[in-house]
Design a protein around this ligand. Structure first.
Ligand code: NAG
Ligand code: NAG
Ligand code: NAG
Length: 374
């Protein structure tokens, strides 16, 4: 077992108090004491003093590696990530979907309880302790031995790419663990046969992930892109950010200089300052160009690494090209008129279906066209 972090509250607890408690109290008191002690010594709770996790010069980070893009099953990906704990984790996730999902939604208010609370209160800590990380069903990870610089929500707009998902997760999770980030995966799935609306799913993912905890960093990730250099840091230090400087599919070149697709990152404030993402792009294409226009309009500066740090491998597609949006270029011309009223400010959608998986949280949503007010 990795060493547990030193707990302040434990050392502050005078021995005499414990003696009085134990001798004077009934079983209930003892249970309460055990509970408090559990909370302070084993949970990743805020009582503990820990160093801040570094965001650079982490010895575990290696440069370029060859990702394993071979087709795999979810079970294999789980074994790769959880090792001998895979069985325990699957059982916990099953239980979590029966019990935790009920706890997740507060029956009184209907609000979702934050995962921070759940990290501390709900789960068997032994089951959820995976190498140097705390793990919570639904693919939420938190470093044990240091305070993460960023709480990162990885939002994956999704439909039908079931072959790509385990390959993607099996490569991403070890990299983010080495980077000592707190992170969660949200697969935001469009649950209908309308044209795919990537940007609206990004809005849904942003809003819904904030129900789980107070993420401060959002990375919107295509499921077929795998970073190949550990130094491609997924924290939010220099946002907004385009993480890709090239991929193997395009000979490690960008499709065009102003490209802003594939993998992008924003702070919460960034996203709010551009009114989120447009809801009107049904079908592939141009929504990323509009997002770039919004970013520029808000006078935000985009960062991107040059060269190998930003290289990605693309998982090959085994299906036909997805249909493009017909009116996408015309829409781009109207962005200035829409920016204030098309995005977070006007989005409506039915309550999504949540499903906790071992490696991710599935947010499945039947998005519909929104009547324009402009
Ligand atoms: C991926 O598949 C290739 C070809 O089948 C094989 O040679 C290679 O060892 C596999 N890679 C891994 C990491 O399993
Ligand atoms: C989740 O967040 C959305 C957007 O803020 C909100 O409309 C919804 O009510 C929240 N859901 C729950 C169950 O808290
Ligand atoms: C997400 O949930 C929906 C609804 O339950 C389901 O149809 C879909 O297959 C799930 N997708 C993933 C990626 O787990």
């Amino acid at each position: 077992m990795p060493t547990r972090s030193i707990s302040c509250s434990r050392s502050l607890k005078p021995k005499s108090t414990i003696f009085v408690l134990i001798s004077a109290c009934s079983i209930t008191c003892l249970a309460l004491w055990l509970f408090l002690d559990y909370g302070s010594s084993t949970g990743p709770s805020s009582f503990t003093t820990k160093p801040i996790c570094p965001d650079s010069d982490i010895p575990e980070l290696v440069g370029q590696r060859k990702p394993n893009l071979n087709e795999t099953t979810t079970a294999h990906a789980e074994e790769h990530i959880f090792g001998p704990s895979a069985g325990k984790v699957r059982t916990a996730v099953k239980r979590a979907n029966e019990i935790l999902l009920k706890k997740l939604v507060d029956p009184k208010t209907g609000n979702i309880n934050h995962v921070d609370w759940l990290f501390d209160q709900v789960l068997d800590p032994e089951a959820m302790h995976i190498s140097n990380y705390w793990y919570l069903p639904g693919g939420h990870w938190k470093p044990m031995n240091c305070l993460p610089k960023w709480k990162v929500a990885i939002l994956i707009p999704f439909r039908d790419r079931f072959v790509h998902l385990p390959i993607f997760l099996q490569n991403l999770i070890p990299m983010l663990q080495k980077q000592l980030l707190e992170f969660s995966f949200f697969v935001v799935e469009q649950a209908n046969q309308e044209l795919f609306n990537r940007a609206m799913l990004m809005n849904v993912g942003f809003l819904e992930s904030l129900n789980f905890t107070d993420y401060d960093c959002f990375i919107i990730h295509d499921v077929d892109h795998v970073p190949i250099d550990d130094h491609n840091y997924y924290g939010c230090s220099r946002m907004p950010r385009h993480f890709i400087s090239g991929d193997d599919y395009r000979n490690y070149k960008l499709p065009y200089a102003d490209s802003f697709g594939g993998v992008t990152g924003f702070t919460k404030a960034n996203i709010r300052s551009i009114n989120g993402f447009p809801n009107v792009y049904w079908g592939w294409g141009c929504e990323d160009d509009e997002i770039l226009l919004r970013v520029k309009d808000a006078r935000l500066k985009i960062t991107r690494d040059k060269g190998p740090i930003g290289y990605y491998n693309v998982i090959m597609h085994h299906h036909e090209g997805a249909p493009k949006g017909k009116d996408r270029r015309a829409l781009l011309g109207t962005f200035k008129r829409r920016i204030g009223m098309d995005g977070l400010s006007n989005i409506v959608y039915p309550t999504p279906v949540y499903d906790l998986h071992t490696l991710y949280t599935n947010v499945s949503v039947d998005i519909k066209k929104i009547k324009p007010h402009y």
